[in-house]
Design a protein around this ligand. Structure first.
Ligand code: APR
Length: 255
């Protein structure tokens, strides 16, 4: 058995023996669905400076300009479908071995991949809101005009969290509460550089959770708090891990 297979076996053991397992996911889990991540070479922030395009101030002062970046994002997100990593996490939840996903992604792919307990830190791009009159719309109903406008005439904002905006309070509170009692935290496809999402692994570790990290490359977590580092594509590693849990853990811990 190779080194990676051994690590996957150890990770599956930890998941099988855990009564509260969480997954913190980032853009890397959706790259194989065709959505570029932010900070890898060629990522979104190499085309659009986040300071100019991804802050709430930038949106308020020049929404047309920000919609240039949002339109590019919307094109790839609306065409994206769940990949084997999203689907495997949905299966792990159905088997009773994964309890919540805390995601930084706005692409709705966890839900479309079958996961039900999904806490969205940065919102979801499938709905839009008017900052002036508060009216809400489905993004799919407003693709005919760019930038999309409210019936009141103002330019609409996607229900995603821009830099400078707060994380939804219920997402923050629920995730901190869960992280403080988790026994296993999977950290999948995130550089873990953006706060406060990147405090979740530290909170879990401080409460003696086992940290299983899945990433194409090492991050600042890998040599500090990660217990098991599984290097590779999420679309390959996550299904292999779920297969190992299924093979050794049987149907569900509830049986
Ligand atoms: N499989 C596994 N990991 C991958 C893959 C893949 N196929 N492709 C890329 N990665 C890894 C990269 O190595 C990197 O560590 O995913 C991580 C993506 O990191 P970022 O691009 O920084 O994305 P993320 O961590 O989600 O960013 C957090 O920053 O800009 C804000 O709001 C934005 O939610 C985002 C937040």
């Amino acid at each position: 058995m190779g080194k990676l297979e051994e690590l996957i076996e150890a990770a599956s053991e930890a998941i099988i023996n855990s009564t509260l397992t969480l997954a913190l996911t980032g853009a890397g889990i959706s790259v194989e669905s065709g959505i570029p991540d932010f900070r890898s070479a060629g990522g979104l922030w190499s085309k659009f400076d986040p300071a100019e395009y991804a802050t709430i101030e930038a949106f308020r002062s020049d929404p047309e300009k920000v919609w240039k970046m949002l339109t590019e994002m919307d094109k790839v997100v609306s065409a994206a479908r769940p990949n084997p990593a999203h689907i495997a996490l949905g299966e792990l939840e159905r088997m009773g071995y994964l309890h919540y996903i805390i995601t930084q992604n706005i692409d709705n792919l966890h839900q479309e991949g079958g996961s039900r307990n999904v806490i969205e830190y940065h919102g979801n791009s499938s709905t839009l809101s008017c900052l002036w009159c508060g009216k809400n719309y489905r993004a799919s109903d407003k693709r005919d005009t760019i930038p999309p406008r409210c019936d009141c005439g103002k330019i609409l904002k996607p229900d995603v969290v821009f830099f400078g905006e707060p994380i939804p309070a219920d997402a923050l509170n629920r995730s901190f509460q869960l992280a403080s009692s988790a026994q296993v935290l999977m950290v999948i496809g995130t550089s873990a550089v953006v706060s406060p999402a990147n405090t979740i692994p530290t909170i879990a570790k401080q409460n003696r959770a086992k940290i299983i990290e899945i990433n194409m490359e090492r991050t600042h977590l890998s040599d500090t708090i990660t217990d098991i580092f599984l290097q590779g594509k999420a679309g390959e590693i996550v299904p292999a891990l779920v297969q190992a849990v299924k093979r050794k853990g049987g149907g569900s811990p509830l049986m």
